[in-house]
Design a protein around this ligand. Structure first.
Ligand code: DX5
Ligand code: ZN
Length: 214
């Protein structure tokens, strides 16, 4: 089953509650929340209070993507704020395994993400420890960029390694995902697609979500 996780980075920030309700109505499986600190990436998006406020308005699965330095500092607070899935970057920490354990101890699902230039192999030690791998298909930091095709080769390598070890892990792709390249991402082995612009900026969001899934 392919799951769609629309990223609110492309939504109307002045009406976030309504925007999340809208994609839920359209059958989105979860909502992707991009947290940026101006350090790990140059951009700054939003943080704890926004997620906390949205949590009061929505029962959707909150798929929180931390693009912050030393994510270990904030694991507990993001889960308390409402994260159901908490993704951190391999490049942002030296204690990945401890973070995965901490996320699990707090009762959330844990995911490790890699940037386009980080080799697929770095996540192999975590395949049997975490719930999801997020392969960035653009340089993190901004929505609306074009997918870097080579990143899908990494999706394939990770899916092959997981299959070889009989691990049924979720693999998420994020960045530049559109109805025209979704099939390539799925063929490479991804089963959760993040999409910001191609959902929130679409004329018909429900149609866009369906188009991604099929
Ligand atoms: C980029 C973010 C993405 C972004 C995707 O750093 O992690 O989640 O919102 O946006 P689109 O789908 O527009 O590339
Ligand atoms: Zn993201």
């Amino acid at each position: 089953m392919i799951k769609i996780s629309p990223s609110v980075l492309a939504a109307d920030f002045s009406a976030l509650g309504e925007e999340v309700a809208d994609i839920e109505r359209c059958g989105a499986d979860m909502v992707h929340l991009d947290v940026m600190d101006g350090m790990f990436v140059t951009n700054i998006s939003f943080g704890l209070p926004v997620i906390e406020a949205l949590r009061k308005k929505s029962d959707m699965v909150f798929d929180v993507h931390l693009m912050i330095e030393k994510p270990e500092r904030y694991v507990e607070r993001f889960i308390d704020a409402g994260a159901d899935i908490l993704t951190f970057h391999y490049e942002a920490t030296s204690v990945a395994e401890e973070i995965i354990d901490l996320i699990h101890k707090k009762g959330a699902r844990a995911a490790v993400s890699i940037k386009p230039n980080t080799p697929a192999e770095v996540v192999f030690p975590y395949l049997d420890k975490c719930d999801m791998i997020l392969v960035m298909t653009v340089e993190p930091g901004y929505g609306g960029q074009a997918l870097i095709p080579e990143t899908l080769l990494k999706v394939k390598r990770i899916r092959e390694e997981a299959d070889r070890r009989d691990i049924s892990i979720d693999i998420q792709v994020d960045g530049g995902i559109t109805p025209s390249n979704a099939a390539d991402a799925i063929a490479a082995g991804a089963n959760i697609l993040v999409a910001g612009s191609s959902v929130f900026k679409a004329k018909d969001r429900c149609e866009a979500i369906n188009a991604l899934r099929t």
